[in-house]
Design a protein around this ligand. Structure first.
Ligand code: FES
Length: 150
């Protein structure tokens, strides 16, 4: 076991964990931040997407020992009041179906909008290709990102 101090949603959080513990389990089991979801555990689905220094990252593939001083942002840190433009668009357009993948979708979409404030369909499809949705809400996700970019 080792001690780590991580920057998570703007706060310093201390955890004790084995170095190879995935960030996903640190977030969920050690810190109670259960908005980030476990899907495949193998980097294939995107359900566990968080941001590291603003870039989307798979929390299931990120050993806690590799995080260092990178700023971790989770769905809980997307906005203090649930009123992020993407969250408003998601509600207005009824984007989720079962909802399981949507935290990861939102974190990937937020990272996209930071790089491309007015993304094209292709920008969206390219950026979101790694985030799978078993309910196939892809067209509503795309529409929600366009709505949030307005
Ligand atoms: Fe991490 Fe699927 S749970 S990519």
């Amino acid at each position: 076991m080792s001690q780590y101090t991580l920057s998570i949603n703007g706060q310093a959080r201390s955890v004790e964990a084995a170095p190879d513990t995935p960030l996903l389990w640190v977030l969920r089991d050690h810190l109670g931040l259960v908005g980030t979801k476990f899907g495949c555990g193998a980097g294939q689905c995107g359900a566990c997407t968080v941001q590291l220094d603003g870039q989307p990252a798979r929390a299931c593939l990120t050993p806690v020992s590799s995080v260092g001083s990178l700023k971790v942002r989770t769905i809980e840190g997307l906005s203090p009041d649930g009123q992020h433009p993407l969250q408003r668009a998601w509600v207005e357009l009824d984007v989720p179906q079962c909802g399981y993948c949507q935290a990861g979708q939102l974190m990937a979409a937020d990272a996209l909008l930071r790089e491309h404030p007015k993304p094209s369909d292709k920008d969206i499809d390219d950026a979101m290709a790694g985030n799978l949705c078993r309910c196939a809400t892809y067209l509503r996700i795309r529409a929600g990102i366009h709505r949030a970019a307005q």
